[in-house]
Ligand binder design. Structure first.
Ligand code: GDP
Ligand code: IMO
Ligand code: MG
Length: 424
C-alpha cells in the first residue's frame, strides 16, 4: 500500500488536524513526519475541542496505530502534558502511540536558546513559537543532537555534554536564564516517555506497507514555512513539503500515493516575514474576527489577507499535490466580493512565478469575484452550494490545475463536504 500525505500549502494553520481526523477512518496508520510542538492542530467533534501538538491527529478514531516519526523533534515535557491531558479526557495513548527512536529530543536549553537567538535578532526576529525547534534541528544537522533512543544508551553523559555546550553559547550571548525548575520537570518527563513503545519506526512503517496497510502522513506547518522553499529566513527549521515525508518516516518516494494539499479560502500568517496579500484594513480585521484567527497554542493574533494563488501554485508544484482541500470558506459567507491574487507586480512587471525574494515592493494583482452571500455552515452536500461558490471553486481549480475534493464549512468534524462523491 501507499503513504498518502496531507500537508499545508500556506503558512500553517490551514486546518490539517481537522482533516486528518476526518480522513483517519480510511487508514490503518497515522504518522507525523516533521516539526514538533510548534504545531497546534485543532479538532472538534461531539461538542469537544482538542488541540494536538506532537501527537498525530488520528488518535481519536479507534483501532488505529499512530506513530511519531524520526523527522519529528519531541519535547518530553510538553509531550507528557499533552498525553496526560488526553488520558484525562479518556484517550489513553500508551497502547496506540509509537515513537521513533530516531526522533530528536528538545532539551530545556534548546528552548532557552530559541529565546536568546530571537532576542539577539531584535526587530529582525522570526517570531518563533519559542519551543526550541530551530536549536534542536540545528543540533541534529550539526551532529550534536540527542535522540529518543539515547534514553536507553548512555543518556546522562550525552545530556551533560549538550547542556554544557548550550550553556557556553548562552554565556557568549550574555543571556540570563534559570532552568532549574524546567529542567527538573523535563528530566521527570523522560521517565514518562519511557513507558511508550519506542520503536525503529522506519522498519515498522515499511512492514505495515508490505502487509498491505495504508498510511496517512500528517504534515505540520505549511509549504511557505519550509526551510528550503519557504520565505527564508522567516520559516521553520524542517522540510514541511512532501519530500520531508520520505526522510521523516524512512519511506521511499515510490511509496507516496495521494498528496492532499490543504488551504484556507483566504490566507493567514503568524510570526514575522513577508505576506504579499496581507490586509491592514477593516477587511483584514473582519477575516481575523470571523475566522477566530488566533494561534491555537500561543494565542497570537494571526495576520490575515486574501488568498494568494502565486504562492499556492508554487506549493502545488513543489508538493505534487493530487487533491486540494479548501478550508474555512464559511468565513467568506457574508462578503459581497472576494479577491484572489493571481500575479505579483514587481518593478512594474507582472509575474506569476513565486519569486526568490518576497519584499515590500511586491504589489498583488487581484481579480475580484462575486461573493455567495449565503450561510453555508449547515450544508452537507455539494448540491446545496450556491452558484457563486461553485464559480469560486471552478476559478481556483482552473488557476491551480488540481481538483478541490473536500470543502470545509466549519470547525466541526461533521462540517466537511466531500465533492464528486460518485467518483470516491
Ligand atoms: P492546523 O494547524 O492546520 O491543524 O490548523 P489550526 O488548528 O491551527 O487552525 C485552524 C483553525 O480553524 C482551528 O481553530 C479550527 O478549529 C478551525 N477550522 C478548521 N476548519 C474550519 C472551517 O472550515 N471553518 C471554520 N470557521 N473554522 C475552521
Ligand atoms: P501548524 O502545524 C503556523 C511559524 C512561527 C514562526 C516560524 C518559525 O499548527 O500549522 P518555529 O517555532 O517553528 O521555529 O517558528 O514558523 N510556525 C507556525 N505558524 N502554524 C504552525 O504550525 C507553525 N509552526 C511554526 O510562527 O513564524
Ligand atoms: Mg495550527
Amino acid at each position: 500500500m501507499k503513504v498518502d500525505v496531507l500537508l499545508g500549502l500556506q503558512w500553517g494553520d490551514e486546518g490539517k488536524g481537522k482533516i486528518v481526523d476526518v480522513l483517519t477512518p480510511k487508514y490503518d496508520v497515522i504518522t507525523r513526519f516533521q516539526g514538533g510542538p510548534n504545531a497546534g492542530h485543532t479538532l472538534e467533534f461531539n461538542g469537544e475541542k482538542y488541540i494536538l501538538r506532537s501527537v498525530p491527529s488520528g488518535i481519536f478514531q479507534g483501532g488505529k496505530v499512530n506513530i511519531i516519526g524520526n523527522g519529528v523533534v519531541l519535547d518530553p515535557l510538553l509531550f507528557k502534558q499533552e498525553a496526560e491531558a488526553l488520558a484525562k479526557s479518556g484517550h489513553d495513548l500508551t497502547q496506540r502511540l509509537y515513537i521513533s527512536k530516531k526522533a530528536h529530543l528538545i532539551l530545556p536549553t534548546h528552548r532557552i536558546l530559541d529565546a536568546a537567538y530571537e532576542a539577539a535578532k531584535g526587530t529582525g526576529k522570526i517570531g518563533t513559537t519559542g519551543k526550541g525547534i530551530g536549536p534542536t534541528y540545528t543540533d541534529k544537522i550539526s551532529r550534536n543532537g540527542i535522540r529518543v533512543g539515547d534514553l536507553l544508551h548512555n543518556f546522562e553523559a550525552k545530556y551533560s555534554a549538550a547542556k554544557a555546550r548550550h550553556e557556553a553559547i548562552l554565556k557568549s550571548l550574555n543571556y540570563t536564564y534559570d532552568i532549574t525548575e524546567l529542567e527538573a520537570e523535563w528530566l521527570e518527563a523522560l521517565e514518562y516517555l519511557k513507558q511508550f513503545n519506542l520503536i525503529d519506526s522506519e522498519h515498522v512503517i515499511n512492514e505495515y506497507l508490505n502487509e498491505g496497510k495504508s498510511v496517512l502522513a500528517e504534515g505540520a506547518q505549511g509549504t511557505l514555512l519550509d526551510i528550503d522553499f519557504g520565505s527564508y529566513p522567516f520559516v521553520t527549521s524542517s522540510n514541511t513539503v512532501c519530500a520531508g515525508c520520505c526522510t521523516g518516516l524512512g519511506v521511499s518516494p515510490r511509496t507516496i500515493g495521494d498528496v492532499f494539499g490543504i488551504f484556507k479560502a483566504y490566507c493567514t500568517r503568524v510570526g514575522s516575514g513577508p505576506f504579499p496579500t496581507e490586509l491592514f484594513d477593516e477587511t483584514g480585521e473582519k477575516l481575523c474576527d470571523l475566522g477566530h484567527e488566533f494561534g491555537s497554542v500561543t494565542g497570537r493574533r494571526r495576520r490575515c489577507g486574501w488568498i494568494d494563488l502565486v504562492a499556492l501554485r508554487y506549493a502545488v508544484m513543489i508538493n505534487g499535490v493530487t487533491q486540494l482541500i479548501m478550508m474555512k470558506s464559511d468565513v467568506l459567507d457574508g462578503f459581497d466580493t472576494i479577491k484572489a491574487c493571481v500575479a505579483y507586480r514587481i518593478n512594474g512587471e507582472e509575474v506569476t512565478r513565486f519569486p526568490y525574494e518576497i519584499d515590500d515592493t511586491i504589489e498583488p494583482v487581484y481579480v475580484e469575484l462575486p461573493g455567495w452571500k449565503t450561510d453555508m455552515i449547515k450544508m452537507q452536500d455539494e448540491d446545496e452550494f450556491p452558484e457563486e461558490f461553485n464559480a469560486y471553486l471552478s476559478f481556483l481549480e482552473e488557476e491551480l490545475g488540481v481538483p478541490i475534493k473536500v470543502v470545509s464549512v466549519g470547525p466541526d468534524r461533521a462540517q466537511t463536504i466531500v465533492r464528486y462523491t460518485e467518483e470516491a
